[in-house]
Design a binder for this molecule. Sequence first.
Ligand code: 2HG
Ligand code: ZN
Length: 462
Amino acid sequence: MFQLPDNELIIALRHILGDAHVLTSDLEPYGSDYTEDFYFPPAIVVVPADALQISEVLALCNSRNIPVYTRGAGTGLSGGALPVLPGVVLLTKRLNRILQIDLDNFQAIVEPGVINEDFRNAVEELGLFYPPDPASKGSCSLGGNIAHGSGGPKAVKYGTTRDYVLNLEVVLPDGNIIWTGANTVKNSTGLNLTQLMVGSEGLLGVVTKIVFRLIAKPKFDQLFLIPFAEAEDAAKTVNEVLLSGVTPSSLELMESSGVDISSKATQTPFPMRKDATFYMLLELDGDDAAKLFEDAERLLPVLEKCGALDVLHADSADLKEQWWKVRRSIGETVKSASVYKEEDTVVPRAALPELLKAVKEIGTRYGFDSVCYGHAGDGNLHVNILKNNLSDEAWQQDVPKGIREIFEVCKRLGGTISGEHGVGLVQAEYLDIVFSESHMKLMRGIKNTFDPKKILNPGKWL
Ligand code: 2HG
Ligand code: ZN
């Protein structure tokens, strides 16, 4: 049903974009993202300048049944941007402007190619705050954050990307350009197409402008590191902290094995202890410096009761930076240590102890190691399953069975199979665990309405 890109298409694309922005050689970098070791050779890569050019490109590809794969910074972890069929990879990197920061309305209008951290820094200079802070914030694009509904450590207090999106300019596969919402913090007019676009993984349209709401920047933050001897104690503490009435701005868990790999690989000092199996990273923020320490005092008995071996306070910017660097580098460094499969499990946070126990029990039964870490306050546990010295046969046959069992536990506990990394390519085979046929039928119907020729991101899960 899809046509292969041909010379005629290349000429037509060059006519729209100019020769320099239609690439037909040295395309390798655009055939992978941060997901395992997948590579799919792109046929053509285009680098449009604006929504109008994207509209013309989509209308052209739609009329010729040519697949289009939208790509931000390529830092995705579920293969969402991989060009699995021969088609056009559409880069958003030239749409990289912060168009407006509106101090009156606490809003900003940005293009999808802006890097998350560049935007966060720009608004913070003006005393405002855009909380969503994926571990890859220094390299991921805001468009990619929209495509996956990305989260990050701050989500436990401030929410995720979708909580800050007010309105989106979207180019549809037929070339039509729409705005999905309004630049208002309240909107109950019609079905919420804005929220439908967030997490749609490039399957429904190409986002070309984003209207974000912003909040005031908290003046102070304090960071604490709490080692635990028992994994179960660490996992149990998460909900005890939140039930205490103190809402941390970050509440992360890190398995010692991951901390060890990360601190060594990045040569970052870290107060490892031989008797610790897990570490909790707990951040408090607010405008009253003294209250942060009062809240910390309130937490001490809770942490002690839950088996904390110690409570360390980062009393310098350097220590804060070191502890966060170790946390933020775990994903990348663990992945480079072994062939791996990444599971982005998420459950109601009080079920975290049961999930963690199940992950380790299933790993023992199937003979695979795992490194667990993530946004414990959201009930979101990243499970990096490592091949290490497992046979290829076990890796291909048994591990997927183990992954299925892990996801079945998530479902049983009221959770699902991705908290923030999306379904993309790698989780597609497990969707039957969480979606009934009626659910799939509804989503297929939505896909058909937006993209009847299915040219956007084909070969994935929808
Ligand atoms: C994190 O929380 C990110 O570290 C990346 O979601 C996770 O790379 C990973 O596994
Ligand atoms: Zn994460």
